[in-house]
Design a protein around this ligand. Structure first.
Ligand code: SAH
Ligand code: DHB
Ligand code: MG
Length: 221
């Protein structure tokens, strides 16, 4: 495939900054080896998540959608000694591969993988009055993003940052008649956060080595 300008620039940035250490590279290799989808956040986006986690001074992080634990590792890195990241994954094989990657990265003590559906775990955490999180990263199935966000709000406090990946879908969100469930989910989500009074929100378009997409950032008031 022809490399786009955005891909070439992202590659240039990867070479310059060396975003990926051996553990992140190993996580990517593990996806290939296990025939898992290559849909982790990109290296530069991983660094962006790491910076946001540090900026939030996060001690408690929640992630929906673990895959091989690439974004998990990025966000868990700035956690303090007593910090904790809970990541939810419904595919047992993905959870197993992620567990190994997280162990290799030396983060097992701070990361807890919860196997099961994101919705079930979210509802359970709300019900059990789980302590609020400082950072919540939504990156599981796209259709119920709005509901995930509403539940995430209930697990938030003032200053919590809620991030949602893949909300632009190669610009397909422009199509109000799309019958793609991912696009419909993103459109519903985007409309919801745009008028949600409880957050200050934006969406940043993302380009580079991955598909053209976007990340939503919502700061709880
Ligand atoms: N955050 C990861 C990528 C996640 S890909 C990274 O950037 O490294 C999306 C993941 O969500 C997949 O592993 C998929 O199995 C999982 N998933 C999809 N639907 C889910 C659901 N309903 N509940 C929990 N996990 C789900
Ligand atoms: C898909 C999911 C993702 O989390 C991602 O970053 C890219 C694509 C998908 O399901 O198509
Ligand atoms: Mg994603």
């Amino acid at each position: 495939m022809e490399q786009t300008l955005f891909e070439s620039v992202d590659q240039y940035l990867n070479n310059l900054f060396q975003f990926e250490d051996e553990h992140l590279q190993a996580a990517i290799q593990s996806l290939k080896k296990n025939g898992m989808p290559q849909i982790s956040v990109s290296p530069s986006q991983g660094r962006f998540l790491q910076i946001l986690a540090a900026l939030c001074r996060a001690t408690r992080i929640l992630e929906l959608g673990t895959l091989g634990g690439y974004s998990t590792i990025c966000m868990a890195r700035p956690l303090p000694e007593n910090g904790k990241l809970i990541t939810v994954e419904f595919n047992e094989k993905h959870a197993k591969v992620a567990e190994e990657n997280i162990r290799r990265a030396g983060l097992s003590g701070k990361v807890e993988i919860r196997v099961g559906k994101a919705m079930d775990h979210l509802k359970q955490m709300v019900q059990q009055k789980e302590e609020p999180f400082d950072l919540i990263f939504i990156d599981a199935d796209k259709e119920p993003y709005k509901e995930y966000f509403q539940l995430a709000l209930q697990l938030s406090k003032k200053g919590t940052l809620i991030i949602a990946d893949n909300v632009v879908r190669e610009g397909k969100v422009l199509n109000e008649h799309s019958d793609d469930v991912n696009v419909k989910g993103a459109r519903r989500f985007n409309e919801y956060i745009a008028s949600c009074k409880e957050v200050t929100a934006t969406i940043i378009q993302t380009v580079g080595v991955k598909e053209y997409d976007g990340m939503a950032l919502a700061l709880v008031k």
